[in-house]
Design a protein around this ligand. Structure first.
Ligand SMILES: C[S@@+](CC[C@H](N)C(=O)[O-])C[C@H]1O[C@@H](n2cnc3c(N)ncnc32)[C@H](O)[C@@H]1O
Length: 210
């Protein structure tokens, strides 16, 4: 057999030119090409291990990371993992956060780079990074997400459902952004808020398409 599907995918990828969805289309296309090439054995996506697929995804991830602190609702963390895969975040830092609900991930936890980390280690790791605290509190000065210019390779940080981002973590935030809200309720569900922020990053970086 000639080139493996993985080689074909690699050759087809232009750096940063394709989304994860495209990769899967290429895998499918490669299967068809190989079939048309009269190969007796056509490799299938299922012939590749999860780590091989993850390796390919890692080559085209977007330069932003996610971080959540103290998430109490395991479904929320699962939903954040699922959305992080949809938008191809490069990493998800689970800071002092217990497990996630696997069903809410729709299996995407197997493909994502999830890093369980203590608050102390996160503070050390993130001190030279562009940490963007995503928070809405009257006592914290923040910029509106509408006009926010995303810094290079941000880490978007979110707080717990009950208490939000703790002060120790606010201290490592170089920026704080708020999603403007107009109704009666004070804040958004954390999984929803994280999806809006990721989408804003994509919209501002790829609004002309890829
Ligand atoms: C349910 S909120 C926490 C509210 C918490 N009771 C407080 O007073 O801070 C959970 C997390 O979602 C994010 N969040 C919710 N609404 C937001 C908004 N409008 N803008 C930015 N982040 C938001 C923040 O990261 C927040 O820590």
């Amino acid at each position: 057999m000639g080139a493996s599907i993985k080689d074909i995918i690699r050759d087809s990828l232009e750096p940063r030119g394709l989304s994860g969805g495209d990769v899967f289309l290429i895998i499918k296309a490669a299967e068809i090409l190989i079939k048309e090439d009269d190969m007796t054995i056509a490799p299938k996506l299922s012939d590749f291990t999860k780590s091989e697929i993850k390796e390919v995804l890692n080559e085209i991830r977007h330069p932003f990371s996610m971080a959540v602190w103290g998430i109490e609702n395991a479904f929320n963390l699962g939903a954040i993992i699922r959305t992080s895969n949809a938008f191809l975040a490069d990493k998800i830092y689970a800071v002092d956060t217990d497990g996630y609900y696997p069903k809410a991930c729709m299996g995407m936890d197997k493909y994502e780079n999830i890093i369980a980390i203590s608050i102390m280690d996160f503070v050390l790791m993130a001190k030279d990074r562009n940490v963007v605290g995503c928070e809405k509190r009257p006592d914290i000065k923040s910029e509106s997400l509408y006009s926010f210019k995303h810094p290079e390779h941000p880490i978007f940080l979110f707080g717990s459902e009950k208490t939000g981002i703790p002060n120790e973590l606010l201290e490592v935030c170089k920026f704080v952004v708020t999603i403007p809200m107009y109704g009666l309720i004070n804040d958004l569900n954390v999984a929803l808020a994280s999806g809006i922020v990721m989408y804003d990053w994509l919209n501002k970086n790829y609004n002309k398409g890829r």
